[in-house]
Design a protein around this ligand. Sequence first.
Ligand code: F6R
Length: 357
Amino acid sequence: EKGTYPHYMLKEMDEQPTVIRKIIQAYEVEDGQLAIDEDILEALQAADRLYIIAAGTSYHAGLIGKQYFEKMAGIPVEVHISSEFGYNMPLLSEKPLFIFITQSGETADSRQVLVKIKELGYPTLTITNVPGSTLSREADHTLLLHAGPEIAVASTKAYVAQLAVLALAAYVTAQASGKDLTFDLKQELAIAANGIQTIIDSKDVLEDIAEDYLKIARNAFFIGRNIDFYVSLEGALKLKEISYIQAEGFAGGELKHGTIALIEEGTPVFALVTQEAVSLNIRGNVKEVAARGAYPCIISMAGVDEDGDRLVIPQVNELLTPLVSVVPLQLISYYAALHRRCDVDKPRNLAKSVTVE
Ligand code: F6R
């Protein structure tokens, strides 16, 4: 039940710190270490390549999951949109493991790929929020998100849960393979949960940004480099879904290869700056669009912030920034939809789980 909340989406965004803490508890074993089922760990370690299959927001989580598995565990990963997989079936490695990321566990496009992969006899793992869902039952293994029911059509807490579980699975696999990890994931996830809480506690700032940038905007851009690029894709999707503002996420460096033609006087451009290594480059991209009249909103992370950034989010581990940086984008979309009198929980033309191909 949404209780005193005006919308499920707001309630579900507020639950995000708790969801991360629940995930830590769910995957913690007696000695306080994080762990996943032995058979899942073996499947991950046995794979020479992971193929992540997903749609929509879950696909965006998969793009970040790739970074986690490659950077922590050293396992190559491909990420595929489920509805496209059938046409462009990649050449498979010797020992693939297929990972289906699906909040509902019912998405027909993703299930279609699972059916095909099972026919081919490859091992499968579903990462889902719904125990007993179709993709959970039909895959060899399941990792649960422990996010609690997600009712709002726009996915928020499930995305953050997907990132946390992907990070956890990558970390545990890396540990088991003797990789040298320089941080304690449990501690870093707890810090991320606190970081999200700080943002949630200052919602009025996000409401102001939404009013300032999006109340009458026709379109909006989200830009970022490296891991911030993937979060910008998710930020754009959230805004499109619930406020009906035409929005696109772009890699900062791609703008000049065409998209910059769309920048007009006052076009809102949200730039994420959480990665120190690319901070100067993305700030350069912001200057380029500003010089063409854009209205930029820099959302940076403490430690890479500069004077004049519109919002500075708390500092977290470099790999975990998406868990925190997505939250202001979710809230900005929510308030933009409210300012524009849109039905936040039930946007037009959308269903919570898409069971047609
Ligand atoms: C976006 C959204 C959709 C879903 C997509 C996949 O807010 O909710 O893009 O992410 O339909 O759904 P699942 O994860 O249930 O397979």
